[in-house]
Structure formats: structure tokens, C-alpha cells
Design a binder for this molecule. Sequence first.
Ligand SMILES: O=C(O)CCC(=O)C(=O)O
Length: 284
Amino acid sequence: MDQQPKNDATGYDVAAIMGALYGDGFTALKGAFPREWVARLGEDIGVLFQEALRQPGGALPRGPNRFYVEVHPERLSGFVDIVSHPWVVAVCSAILGPDWKVVEAGFDVPGPGALHQPWHRDFPTPAATLTGRRLNSLAFNITTVDVTEDMGPFEIAPGTQWDDLAGGDPMFPEPALWPRYEARAQRKLAQMGDISARSALTIHRGTANQSPKSRPVFVLGVDAPDATNAAKHDLQVTRGYYDSLPEEIRRHLTCRVVDRLEFIVQEHTIEGLLMGAPPPRTMG
Ligand SMILES: O=C(O)CCC(=O)C(=O)O
């Protein structure tokens, strides 16, 4: 008999999920969504991106021709499919416990000409991870395009979610440390339909997009009950949308229920990303 612990609800292997997130700090499921579904997500994001660019403060710059936009979940036709996907449920439950909370829905758009980002983590490591040695948040990504080498793939330095950056910037390791990340770097050539989960503390970067195409990628941020990342975001849903959601989804949202969707004041500025990376020394 198989002795591996299984997630009762989904059948995914809990030990494998925990091994990946606590080891590499990254895991992925290939072909989680049909390509047509991903194309619709890409269309929704395209509309929201144009809207955001038209509104002052609607899109946060994350470096030259690279933007981040936080969105209202109900403007994405596939939002419920994402948060109820059995693999998403399995990963959240395995790492964050049964009371995991979605705190962020957004997307990154690295456009043509986007530069290497400096190696970074998305927020300083909380005490729960640094001293408690426990991950209390996750970031899921869904690419809306087939990523090729020239599109500036996302890179991750496996295992670095545990690095203590004490003495320096808590999110941006100094360039003297970059050879450690470059030696470990894995390029992620995600394809339409794939979904990944990572610790946002695992040191990573978007690389230079030398192609004529944008590489929009959806981001879902999820917290354990003791994490505080909701403070950086403003997840909003209308009363009608909220009431239409199954209780099993509602209980996993940290959101404001509003009469009308309000403009999201984009708060997750990451100052260190505004300029792109300093001149390369050993970068590929
Ligand atoms: O390029 C990506 O896929 C992610 C970019 C990123 O890490 C960020 O803007 O924080």
C-alpha cells in the first residue's frame, strides 16, 4: 500500500508538494488549463492592462517597459477556475494549512525591451520563515503565452527562500552575492496551460525581453492566517459576485465586499525594481 501522505480532497501528493516548496521553493503543474481557457485569460488581461495604462497610477512600473497591475478578481472570467483548481487547493492546503487566504490577484507584463531585473524577493522575509523556518505565503503564476528564450523568461535561484540577507537590503541581495544566484539559476520556459507555485521569498528575476512580444503572466498571492501580505493589496469583490461564489471559495478570500468596484490604489511598489538591474557583470 502507498504510504505517502495524500491530500484527502484532491489526491495530490502532499510530501512532494512540501518537498518542492521547502526545497527548491518552486513547483509547477504542466497542462493544468486548456489553451483556449488561457487565451481567454490573456484577453481579459489585455483589456485590463490597457485600462490600467490609461489611468494615472493604474499600472506600477517594475523597470523599463515592465508593469504590474493588481486587478479585481471578477474582471477575470477564469478566477473561480483558478482558486478552485484541485492542484491550487492542494498546494495551498499543504503549505499554508486549511485556512489559506487569497490576498492578491494581479499580473506582470514584461514588454519588449524590458531589462534584466536585479535578483530580488518580493518582500522582506517574515520572522515565521527566518527564525520559525516555515513558509507562510505563496505566489502562483500562469503564463498567458508560450515563453521562448528571447522573451526574457522568469528565472529562479532554487533554495534561496531560506537565505538570510541580514546586514544588507532585505529584498535585494547585493551584487557581490549574485554569482550564487547565477550558479543556481533555472530559466522557466512556461507554456500556455502551465501553473507554478513559488515562495515569493525565493530569489528570482525577470530577464531581458529581446523579442517583439509581451509576456503577460497572472499572479495569485495566497497567505497563511498569520501572514500580513493582505495589507499590501486591496482585493475587492462586488456583493453580487461574492454572493454568487460557493462558500468554499468565499472562505478563502481576504477581500472587501463593495457595492461598486473601486479604483485599486496600487500599493505594492518595489522601489528597487524601477530602474532594471545595474550593469551586468556575470549576467547571461
Ligand atoms: O518576470 C516575471 O515573470 C516576474 C517579474 C517579477 O518578479 C516582479 O516584477 O516582481
